[in-house]
Ligand binder design. Structure first.
Ligand SMILES: Cc1cc2nc3c(=O)[nH]c(=O)nc-3n(C[C@H](O)[C@H](O)[C@H](O)COP(=O)(O)OP(=O)(O)OC[C@H]3O[C@@H](n4cnc5c(N)ncnc54)[C@H](O)[C@@H]3O)c2cc1C
Length: 423
């Protein structure tokens, strides 16, 4: 690192935060990249494929991780959160809190610790659709490649993982750490979380196992997911023959998320293709209000629409019921057909929207402002504070990366201007 206060702090290590960090570092500026989770990658690290190319996100992430490894200007701090932020452009003081690192860099990913661990916990990565050990690697592409331990799940005095580790990489007594850094500018790339589908009473996700959300569908289709990529019904493990997608599940709705998340239509079109690729006989029904696939994505929509086993029904889903045959009955109004219709399917996927993670108001009082939906709006920030990617607005990956590149330039301008002013 050069003089401390010429650094840029990036908060959030998803595709946007990693992009901001790399663009700034490769231009010659020093960056501290802070991620609250044990691994970088954000939401896309759990996806099966990206629209429109239908390539695995792991390819793009691996290229970025290689750039990170090669660039000493980026200091990556995972399992770390910002506790407070104060100051002004050119001189922000940031207090960071790091969770205990129970596994250190001596770890060689031999997996002996996981094999020895006696404790199973619900897998957060798979949204509870499978279990994992209390010590586990948080994804096959984890960066840094380091196991995490859910200490709160460990039985008192259990040392099975410690005894199994022949590299002395585990310290069960590791403590949390704190650090204060000075930076010139700060970029929040804190991204999104899926809207809480249990709040959608109409769709009763908490009562029906075969009603899942779009992010769960990504895990179901993923080779490292709960079913090793086979599309099986959560209730009985049978092969999925029919799927209904419920668009705008909680989106464009004053009682839930009033805005459009911009990507859910494309995500469902992509997931309809997962279903059809896995099972050429499968039938897909997409219930929508409007299909939104702007710009170049229109060809993705038309190609998906050309599949005669993918049926598009314009109409809002009014309810979901279990049938005596073990299916889920979708009740909707077919607006174009002018009638009420039902479809009995094996699996229902709720296309829930992206809700911003935002920033804790207490964390940066007076410096970071949120808009009415919780996004970090550029015009509400103090000089030297920026937001990038979905933290700012619902965006696809490509637009998030473009936005991040522009935001890196803004952060660099703050470093350059405040350095010049201080001379
Ligand atoms: C179902 C679904 C499927 C999608 N599929 C596609 C697709 O195929 N193609 C496509 O282009 N787009 C797709 N998208 C959109 C894509 O997910 C987003 O464009 C992308 O995740 C944006 O990345 P991000 O880095 O801005 O946010 P995120 O991926 O959310 O990353 C934010 C990061 O910040 C971290 N963070 C949050 N708060 C803090 C904090 N306080 N301190 C430190 N770290 C913090 C998080 O842990 C996370 O790692 C899809 C969206 C959905 C809902």
């Amino acid at each position: 690192m050069t003089e401390n206060n010429k650094n840029i702090l990036v908060v959030g290590g998803g595709i946007s935060g990693v992009s901001v960090a790399l663009e700034a570092a490769e231009t010659g500026y020093d960056v501290i990249l802070v991620e609250k989770n044990p691994t970088l990658g954000g939401m896309v690290a759990g996806f099966h494929q990206y629209f429109p190319k239908l390539c695995p996100p792991t390819c793009g992430l691996e290229i970025n991780y290689r750039r990170l490894r090669a660039n000493p200007r980026v200091r990556v701090l995972t399992s770390t959160e910002v506790q407070s932020l104060e100051g002004q452009a050119g001189s922000y003081q940031v207090s960071l809190k790091k969770a205990p690192a129970y596994v250190d860099e001596r770890c060689v990913i031999c997996d002996k610790c996981t094999a020895a661990c006696p404790v199973e916990i619900p897998s957060g990565r798979n949204y509870g659709m499978s279990s994992t050990k209390a010590i586990h690697l948080p994804g096959k592409m984890a960066y840094p490649p380091r196991y995490v331990i859910h200490r709160e799940a460990c039985p008192p005095d259990c040392k099975e993982c410690l005894n199994a580790c022949t590299y002395n990489a585990i310290d069960l007594n590791a403590q949390a750490g704190e650090e204060t850094v000075q930076v010139s500018s700060v970029v929040f790339a804190t991204g999104w979380k899926p809207y809480d589908a249990t709040r959608l009473e109409l769709y009763s996700i908490n009562k029906q196992q075969d009603v899942i959300t779009n992010v769960m569908m990504e895990r179901l289709a993923a080779a490292d997911g709960p079913t090793q990529g086979k599309l099986l019904r959560p209730s009985d493990g049978s092969e999925v023959q029919s799927v209904a997608f419920v668009q705008c599940a909680g989106s464009r709705d004053e009682n839930h998320l009033p805005y459009c998340s911009a990507v859910c239509c494309l995500a469902s079109l992509k997931q309809a293709r997962y279903v059809r690729e896995a099972n050429p006989q499968a039938q897909v029904h997409i219930f929508y209000i409007d299909i939104r696939t702007p710009g170049k994505y229109e060809t993705f929509y038309s190609a998906t629409r050309a599949d005669e086993n993918i049926h598009f029904i314009k109409g809002k889903v009014a309810g979901l019921q279990n049938t005596p045959e073990g299916k889920v009955r979708v009740e909707a109004e077919d607006i174009l057909g002018g009638s009420k219709i039902t479809r009995d399917v094996d699996l229902v996927v709720l296309a829930t929207g992206m809700q911003p993670n935002g920033v804790e108001p207490s964390l940066a009082a007076g410096l970071v402002g949120l808009d009415e939906n919780g996004f970090i709006a550029a015009n509400l920030q103090k000089p030297g504070i920026y937001s990038a990617g979905v933290a700012k607005n619902p965006l696809d990956v490509n637009s998030s990366i473009q936005d991040s590149t522009g935001t890196a330039l803004k952060a660099i301008q703050t470093v350059v201007q405040t350095t010049a002013e201080s001379r």
